[in-house]
Ligand binder design. Structure first.
Ligand code: AMP
Ligand code: MG
Length: 328
């Protein structure tokens, strides 16, 4: 059985044990304010290689380094533009990841061989305490098998990664429930590579112009931005997106219908689930809901398309990719 320890405070002995596992090149899953991360010493290439093996993650997809401060971030880059200073003063610690030109300190495996590095300073007190205790940046992609649903509970990590992780720190449910916003500052005009809890408008207020990027790379195409594969965050159930109010005729198998704001009348055989018209609340619950439906054995989940508008961009992005067809 995978070891799972609850962390109740920042001086919990579980944190010291986790730090010594990480310092020795091991893997520890820990809570952040977005989702659970699968952590390894980000400056130790062998330790980072274990993350790729545990997740079944393609070597072409780089990992984010998690730091405890702006000062630690600056040591990992070769350029620190004014925009990075502005953004980190405003949004760190928090769910914003910045892409910047990497310094020589950053191992190639962290960058997937590219010239840039992704950096984030998480706000969760367990994540903060762990990074400080190890005294090094932690590589920490979401703690799930590649392409599967991200974990918002310690139990999700245990069922997705099992024995592949040395220790799981349990800090309860994560707050944001969706992965960080990723902003590329290594290009002439900043652009969002992944929408997340920090909204485009909040970034634009500081930066002026920025590019929103709502596309995705199909299998076989080269990835402009790593991790942009069309299918991602997928539940085991078949997920279909439909127009709001579509409803559903009775069919075979276990089927759930998920609506926003108003649930249409449904046949008795279909489980109806109503989500609020509140993008933040839906973000927090989305992955947990899909995990629950998987665990309950639903084969098909029919979900209404979430509303248009910037506030829903991150939820739309995850649902579009979770419902993308399996590459053939
Ligand atoms: P996750 O594995 O769920 O934590 O997601 C990490 C995301 O950060 C993936 O989409 C990666 O492709 C992205 N990422 C990490 N490093 C870079 C980088 N240097 N340039 C662009 N994206 C990156
Ligand atoms: Mg992930």
């Amino acid at each position: 059985m995978t070891r799972l320890l609850s962390v109740h405070s920042v001086d919990d002995p579980a944190l010291r044990e986790a730090a010594s596992i990480l310092a020795a090149g091991g893997l520890v899953a820990f809570p952040t304010e977005t989702v659970y991360g699968l952590g390894a010493d980000g400056l130790n290439p062998e330790a980072v290689a274990r993350i790729y093996a545990a997740k079944g993650r393609p070597a072409t997809n780089p990992v984010i380094l998690h730091v405890d401060s702006i000062a630690s971030a600056r040591a990992l880059v070769s350029q620190w533009p004014d925009t990075a200073q502005l953004l980190t003063e405003r949004f760190w610690p928090g769910p914003l990841t910045l892409i910047l030109p990497a310094s020589e300190q950053v191992p190639a495996i962290v960058r997937a061989g590219g010239p840039t590095v992704a950096l984030r300073c998480p706000a969760h007190r367990v994540a903060q305490a762990l990074i400080k205790a190890v005294g090094r940046p932690l590589a920490a992609p979401s703690a799930n098998r590649s392409q599967h649903l991200s974990p918002t509970l310690a139990e999700h990590v245990a069922s997705s990664l099992g024995e592949a992780v040395d220790l799981i720190l349990d800090g309860g449910p994560t707050e944001a429930g969706l992965e960080s916003t990723i902003l590329d500052l290594s290009v002439a005009r900043p652009r969002i590579l992944r929408p997340g809890p920090v909204a485009p408008a909040e970034l634009a207020a500081l930066l002026g112009a920025l590019d929103l990027w709502e596309g995705a790379v199909r299998p076989g195409e080269s990835q402009t931005a790593p991790g942009m594969a069309e299918r991602h965050y997928a539940p085991r159930a078949r997920l279909e997106l439909v127009a709001p109010g579509s409803g559903l005729a009775p069919g075979s198998g276990r089927v759930a219908y998920v609506a926003f704001g108003h649930l249409p009348v449904l046949p008795d055989s279909i489980r109806g689930i109503l989500l609020p018209l509140d993008a933040e609340a839906v973000g927090t619950r989305l992955f947990a809901l899909l995990h629950e439906l998987d665990d309950a054995g639903f084969e098909r989940v029919v979900m209404e398309r979430p509303p248009a508008g910037e506030a829903w961009m991150a939820v739309r992005d995850r649902l579009r990719r979770a419902s993308a067809k399996e590459p053939t």
